[in-house]
Design a protein around this ligand. Structure first.
Ligand code: ADP
Ligand code: ZN
Length: 609
């Protein structure tokens, strides 16, 4: 794109110059060129007032202010020339003569320039192109990030700024225990090498996004007081072949110079995928980068004092070569925080925020199952922003609760005004979800129902499991399916037809039903196995390819099972909605009146679950 722009600019400049030159030459043509004998004749007649002599040409002006030029032999001087033509001496005397030596640089330029300019342009063009490519390379090769962090570290040492330590990482007890070893080694390697202990070279931090893997790596460097170099695997994806590898080389060189230190590779799976499994150009690059990492890891001594930490949430796709002994042979699992960890994390992030007394962090933790550390940090930040917006001095429970929903579902969109009819449909739709969630024994209880649109959803029913769940049962999923389909069922039962409001519910229900059959082995008709081998490919962006590892006949059986699950769940929804129509009306009317029902208000209508 940029090259094209440059090209256009160059062409425009070139055209402009060409126009200029042709004009210049036209100008020249207004000066008439005449023969030497005519010139002599004019001198003899006394018509010539002024002559300028350049090496081989004469320019002269006549009495009536006309300009002429003529050629002469270089060797002859003007006086000699006129004498040779027998011009009377007094006429020669009257002539005003100016001599310009043309033999200098300007003379040569005058001759060379016209042929040089196009050449210069071509050279300039190539130079620009080359520079651009180099610029890209430089950008790709630049260690902006890691030099910055290394410098930060030096500064930290000087300024005694607070470093990240294990105290900043709440929860994650097991992970910290494992990493304490690395800290000890980095701060006192002798202790280990003297007894012949081999030090881990690479530690793989495995866990979902936002669980604090980067934070842990920084804490290790902070605890040990060593520099921290970091790169992200995703940075390598768009590079030219070979650049990634050379970047890895200089990163390791720099690390060795600064040993003891930590190299942190974020998103290792972006480069460390199984080799030979990709497609397209980025694949070659990835392979070379990966190979270089392997070479570097094997290359340095165990006691060089460089420990490599890497983060990934997909250890299953990593190339097995990366996981061999002497490379990333240690795994530290960093999981989503449980209830107690969430309280701890909230405490860490609430430290510099003034909380009102009514904010009970335990209650906040209860309401946020499945939140990562990053989500929790984000949640408290949103609450603080909301508080500032409302010109309050302290964050109260209201703001925190509102922020939970914002983080989970996206911001409220009060601006989307529904007309009366739409409002009624949405009320019955959400009432359907809420009613089913209340009635079905295995479904999560309702925390809040609302017909205010949020993110992409028209309204929402907010359910929270009564406790942290690490596993789900089949009966939970079956009930969940009915709850998902209840919006559709309610619209259909009450209004006789459905709207587009149920679209995303249907999609989620279908995906859930399919997962039940193909992933969880929860179908009663099909054998307990998985169907289809899903693989994520990074090729022209992200896409999922599914490889079929079953026959056409099985495919039909799967479809049939998925249909059955949906049909049965839907029938259950319709059943309950019909038999509990009175309660449904009550919920819908309350929603129309108040727009949002909190848990207590909802339970006042339907009773306790
Ligand atoms: P990851 O690298 O696993 O994606 P990060 O380390 O980048 O996650 O975490 C992002 C942010 O979330 C951190 O900067 C921190 O503010 C917060 N965070 C995550 N986990 C924790 C935790 N256990 N304790 C405190 N803060 C956490
Ligand atoms: Zn719905």
């Amino acid at each position: 794109m940029k090259t094209l722009k440059n090209l256009i600019i160059i062409v425009v400049i070139f055209l402009a110059l060409a126009a200029f030159f042709s004009l210049y030459q036209n100008n020249n043509k207004t000066v008439k060129e005449i023969g030497i004998s005519d010139f002599v004749a004019k001198v003899r007649n006394g018509e010539v007032t002024q002559v300028t002599v350049k090496d081989s040409s004469l320019e002269f002006t006549t009495a009536d202010n006309e300009k002429f030029t003529t050629k002469k032999e270089t060797a002859d001087s003007l006086a000699e020339l006129l004498k040779n033509y027998d011009v009377p001496a007094d006429k020669i005397k009257d002539l005003k003569v100016e001599v310009k030596t043309d033999s200098g640089l300007s003379g040569w330029l005058g001759i060379l320039l016209p042929s040089l300019i196009p050449l210069l342009f071509i050279i300039g063009f190539f130079w620009l192109m080359a520079r651009q490519v180099q610029g890209m390379n430089n950008r790709a090769m630049g260690f902006g990030q890691d030099t910055a962090s290394a410098e930060d570290d030096k500064k930290n040492k000087k300024d005694k700024k607070p470093k990240t330590t294990f105290k900043d990482v709440a929860g994650a007890k097991e992970a910290k225990q494992e990493l304490v070893e690395v800290v000890e080694f980095l701060s006192n390697p002798k202790k280990f090498t003297e007894v012949g202990a081999k030090i881990p070279r690479g530690v793989l931090l495995v866990g979902p996004a936002g669980t604090g893997k980067t934070l842990l790596a920084k804490a290790v460097s902070g605890e040990a007081g060593v520099p921290f170099f970091n790169v992200s695997g995703s940075e390598f994806v768009e590079m030219f072949v070979g650049v990634g590898a050379s970047r890895v080389r200089s990163l390791f060189q720099k690390a060795k110079k600064n040993a003891p230190c930590i190299i942190f590779i974020d998103e290792l799976d972006a480069i460390g995928r199984q080799r030979g499994a990709g497609l397209g150009g980025s694949h070659d690059e990835r392979e070379q980068t990966l190979n270089q990492i392997l070479v570097e890891m094997d290359g340095f001594e165990t006691n060089a004092g460089v420990v490599i930490l890497a983060a990934t949430n997909r250890p299953d796709v990593l190339d097995s070569a990366l996981l061999r002994p002497g490379r990333f042979d240690r795994r530290v699992v960093v999981d989503l925080p449980d209830m107690n960890d969430r309280v701890e994390i909230l405490k860490v992030h609430a430290q510099n925020k003034p909380l009102n007394k009514d904010v009970d962090l335990h209650r906040v933790a209860e309401r946020t199952p499945g939140f990562s550390g990053a989500d929790l940090a984000n949640l408290l930040n949103e609450a603080a922003i909301l508080t500032a917006k409302r010109n309050k001095k302290k964050i109260s429970l209201d703001e925190v609760l509102e922020s939970i929903e914002k983080v989970m579902l996206g911001p409220e969109r009060r601006s989307r005004v529904l007309n009366e009819k739409e409002k009624k449909i949405t009320a019955y739709h959400e009432a359907g979800h809420a009613l089913l969630a209340h009635k079905l024994p295995n479904a999560d209880p309702v925390h809040k129902v609302s017909i205010i649109s949020r993110g992409t959803a028209g309204g929402y029913t907010f359910k929270v499991p009564s406790e942290d769940k690490h596993m789900h049962t089949r009966s939970y999923f079956i009930d969940e399916l009915s709850v998902l389909l209840a919006g559709h069922a309610s619209e259909k039962t009450v209004f006789g037809e459905v709207t587009t409001g149920a679209t995303s519910d249907l999609k989620r229900a279908t995906n859930l039903a399919r997962s039940l059959v193909t992933e969880f082995g929860m179908s009663e008709k099909l054998p307990p196995r998985t169907f289809g081998d899903r693989e994520e490919l990074i090729f022209l962006g992200r896409e999922i390819s599914e490889q079929r590892d079953y026959s056409e006949k099985t495919a039909q059986a799967i479809d049939k099972e998925v249909d059955n699950l949906i049909i049965n769940a839907y029938a259950k929804s319709c059943d309950i909605i019909k038999t509990e129509k009175v309660m449904l009306d009550k919920i819908a009317n309350a929603l129309l009146e108040k727009e949002t029902l909190e848990k207590e208000e909802f339970e006042a209508i339907v009773g306790k679950k």
